[in-house]
Design a protein around this ligand. Structure first.
Ligand code: MSP
Length: 649
């Protein structure tokens, strides 16, 4: 393989002190998309992600949960692995900084830098929060030198520390960046880094004695290595630095890091300085993206407005979520996550533009050519010209990590194809025998526009591309194809499959209504949380045993004319049938109740309710607010095959 066609891309490794959120999803989806794109361009791609598992944050989070740090990281890193599966991420490796392959390399590098005099022992002094056991940089201190986390006053603390001689290599790094102006992207971040470098960089403290959860300094184990020094090295340790020189020398010269704008100093200053000291090539590109807000607000756990990627995928589907993140804002800029905007894009870009093009084209091939894509002598057209130009322009955009621009270009092609239908009016051509060849030409062109669109959207929306591919009657999977193999007209002779709706339109009024209901329920839940929970007096197991509960099936539901709240239910206990009045009318229609298997209290004294004798009580859980049930759910046995009449205890 051509040596220029190698691409090694990394995400930051994520802290496991918290659950994954949109920020994590965003970088990883962007890296996944560029990896898939490069693979389709014939590159040998290596895509790395992982988790950052040492440091104060992890130690504190573990203490709060009553776990050891190791237990915490073993548990939480799985959330990230699960999210990458849900988001269809095609990473080639996943590194954890607690793995031996990483620890070994970090210690070897630390030792090497000590030996060559680039790490030395000194005294670290800084503002320290004693309760949080944490140094606080001046830039993040609260008013009157207080801790940004707990608000208590900070004290100046001194400790013995190892220092990395960062200052020594700053001139080399400035020179490198002057010669490689695209090494940090976008330009605004490049300028930021250059002015930071020129303002002077101090030697950096790279060990701690106040913390236990970290990689020990080799030969001086009362120190652990500072978490950022440890974390940055993951990019090398996962690549087999020392252990697999062949792999390392193959991929390292092509390494690119994608990061959020908040961590560029570590990546564009500390890390390259470490690499210069080690005599190792600097990253080809460091690409910084912006931050997401939610409906205009900064996201934070305390505000409860953090976008949960699992929830978004469940609600709107994976590919719409991936598409939205990359299409909505230029990579590098900050962006606002609004669900209304997401719904808007689903309806207009996905359902209308792409979905309709597919549907109309397939219907016409089916109706006018019995489902077989026609051939024609010269399939070149205005559409084919635009398509080939789109391939080229998308490539330029992708090489600049302009995902939004690439998608815009693809949608221009889709829009042009839709217009091509309106202009060529195939339904009129189909009525005129003399226009047979023209109709063949039109249908083949539309089919080819769709085939190319599927290939072009595949890196961003792999599943959707596959669904289009299948409907077009093509073998294999778009993500496994090469762009260079595409040529206009090849699709002639293919037999299409049944047309299916790609993205159902979301009814905006219904959506708004359900949003409001959801919001109301959330508010009630919050209020309920704050309400005092009233507990009943203690009872003995013998008291409890006097309540007879059995599995029953609802076999008939009737309204009680005099009652707004009650239903008259007939239930089957297997050994007998009974009538029960139940106050659940506000929550269910009769159809929703009929046939359900429930739990019935069978030894309650019969009572007459609205003129009907009730013989038992159906169990349900409810959220009550001011004594009124706001939400209610029936208790049902998990295994519906359990015989009716079985005792619940
Ligand atoms: N562990 C370090 C990285 C070490 S890399 C050698 C770290 N982890 S993190 O989990 O806190 O953050 C990871 C990434 O999430 C960062 O790139 C950060 O920019 C990104 N985001 C966190 N919140 C974000 C948004 N609201 N929007 C977009 N990205 C954001 O930092």
């Amino acid at each position: 393989m051509n040596n220029d066609k190698i691409f090694y891309i990394t995400t930051p490794i994520y802290y496991v002190n918290d659950i994954p959120h949109i920020g994590h999803a965003y970088t990883t989806i962007a890296c996944d998309t560029i990896s898939r794109y490069k693979r389709m361009k014939g590159y040998d791609v290596h895509f790395l992600t992982g988790t950052d598992e040492h440091g104060q944050k992890i130690q504190t989070a573990a203490e709060a949960k009553g776990q050891t740090p190791q237990q915490l990281v073993d548990e939480i890193h799985l959330n990230f692995k699960r999210l990458w599966e849900v988001l269809n991420i095609s990473n080639d490796d996943f590194i954890r900084t607690t793995e031996p392959r990483h620890i070994k390399i970090v210690q070897a590098i630390f030792k090497k830098l000590i030996e060559q005099g680039d790490i030395y022992k000194g005294t670290y002094s800084g503002y320290y929060c004693v309760p949080c056991e944490n140094y606080v940089p001046e830039s993040s201190m609260g008013e009157n030198k207080t801790c940004p986390d707990c608000g208590r006053p900070l004290t100046i603390m001194e400790e013995e520390s190892y220092f990395f001689r960062a200052s020594k290599y700053v001139p080399d790094l400035i020179k490198f960046y002057e010669e490689h102006v695209k090494a940090v992207m976008p330009k605004i971040r490049y300028n930021e880094i250059m002015s930071f470098l020129k303002s002077g960089v101090k030697d950096q403290s790279v060990s701690r004695t106040t913390l236990k959860w970290g990689i020990p300094v080799p030969g001086d184990e009362k120190h652990v290595i500072y978490v950022w020094f440890d974390a940055l090295i993951n990019y090398m340790s996962a690549m087999g630095y020392i252990d697999d020189p062949e792999k390392f020398s193959r991929y390292w010269p092509h390494v690119r890091h994608m990061v959020g704008k908040d961590i560029i100093r570590f990546h564009c200053v500390t890390w390259p300085l470490m690499l210069i000291a080690l005599g190792i090539n600097l990253p080809v590109e460091i690409i910084a993206h912006g931050w997401w807000t939610r409906e205009g607000d900064k996201m934070s756990k305390s505000k409860g407005n953090v976008v949960d990627p699992f929830e978004m995928v469940k609600e709107y589907g994976l590919d719409p979520f991936r598409y939205f993140l990359l299409r909505e804002v230029p990579f590098g800029n900050d962006g606002d996550f609004s669900e209304l905007a997401l719904v808007g894009r689903i309806n207009s870009d996905l359902a209308n533009d792409l979905g309709n093009l597919l549907n109309r084209t397939l219907q016409m091939i089916k109706s006018y050519r019995e489902g077989v894509v026609p051939s024609c002598v010269n399939p070149q057209s205005e559409l084919s010209e635009l398509a080939l130009k789109t391939l080229e322009n998308v490539d330029n955009a992708m090489n600049n990590y302009s995902f939004d621009e690439a998608l815009k270009l693809i949608w221009e092609l889709i829009g042009r194809a839709n217009k091509f239908i309106d202009e060529t009016t195939p339904w009129k051509l189909a009525k005129d025998e003399a226009q047979n060849e023209r109709l063949d030409f039109v249908l083949l062109n539309l089919y080819e526009a769709l085939r190319l669109s599927a290939l072009l959207i595949a890196p961003t929306m792999p599943d959707t591309a596959k669904r289009i591919w299948q409907q077009l009657g093509l073998e294999g999977e778009p993500v496994k194809m090469l762009y260079e193999d595409f040529s206009w007209g090849q699709g002639a002779g293919k037999t299409i499959n049944k047309a299916e709706v790609l993205f159902p339109r979301i009814d905006i009024n219904e959506w708004k209504k359900s949003r409001e209901e959801k919001k109301k329920l959330e508010e009630v839940k919050e209020e309920v949380k704050e309400e005092k929970i009233e507990h009943e007096a203690e009872i003995s197991i013998d008291d409890f045993k006097t309540v007879e509960m059995r599995v029953a099936k609802i076999i008939n539901v009737e309204e009680i004319p005099r009652s707004k709240k009650l239903y008259k239910l007939e239930v089957d206990l297997g050994y007998e049938k009974r009538t029960v009045c139940s106050g659940i009318k506000a929550f269910f229609t009769p159809e929703e109740l009929n046939g359900r298997t429930v739990v019935l209290v069978t030894n309650l004294k019969p009572v007459k309710l609205c003129g009907v004798e009730s013989n038992g009580m159906i169990l349900a859980a409810s959220v009550k607010h001011d004594g009124v049930s706001e939400k209610l759910t029936l208790l049902e046995p998990a295994d519906k095959d359990i015989p009716l009449g079985s005792r619940v205890s």
